[in-house]
Design a protein around this ligand. Structure first.
Ligand SMILES: *[C@@H]1O[C@H](CO)[C@@H](O)[C@H](O)[C@H]1NC(C)=O
Length: 130
């Protein structure tokens, strides 16, 4: 095998592994989503990525649902969630690499006006619904 073919093969294998999250950046990340609706209503949460679907979770006031993940090597990691209560139905991105790369532990608080994130790194913010 020529050195060029070898390099190409290595690149292909790395790309494949990273796309399937077999290898990621070394640090594990964590997301936890809380039902923080001020009206103390039940919330139905569903979070997904290209590869994962965590299904529907009914959260009573202050209950939470969370998961751990690694970002992929090509930096396309995206987790998006839908939330539903009464007749309201909204979406938000729970992790988007470009926005969240410096956040490692993310606590999302779902409020009527939109989701608010508090990160262990102190990068906090509230966002309007998408
Ligand atoms: C929320 O869900 C629980 C468990 O299903 C139920 O007992 C309760 O009545 C619900 N609360 C509201 C405000 O709908």
């Amino acid at each position: 095998m020529s050195p060029f073919t070898q390099s190409l093969l290595v690149i292909c294998v790395l790309t494949f592994l990273s796309m399937h999250n077999v290898i990621g950046e070394t640090t594990d990340r964590q997301i936890v989503v809380y039902n923080s609706l001020e009206g103390r209503l039940n919330l139905t949460l569903r979070c997904q990525s290209k590869d994962d679907d965590f299904g529907f979770h009914d959260l009573q006031p202050d209950e939470h649902f969370g998961w751990n993940f690694n970002v992929n090597i090509i930096h396309t990691t995206l987790y998006f969630c839908s939330v539903k209560w009464n007749n309201e139905f909204h979406h938000f991105d729970a992790f988007r690499y470009n926005r969240d790369r410096y956040r490692f532990v993310l606590y999302w608080y779902i409020k009527e006006a939109g989701p608010c994130v508090v990160s262990a790194e102190g990068i906090n913010g509230c966002y309007p619904w998408k």
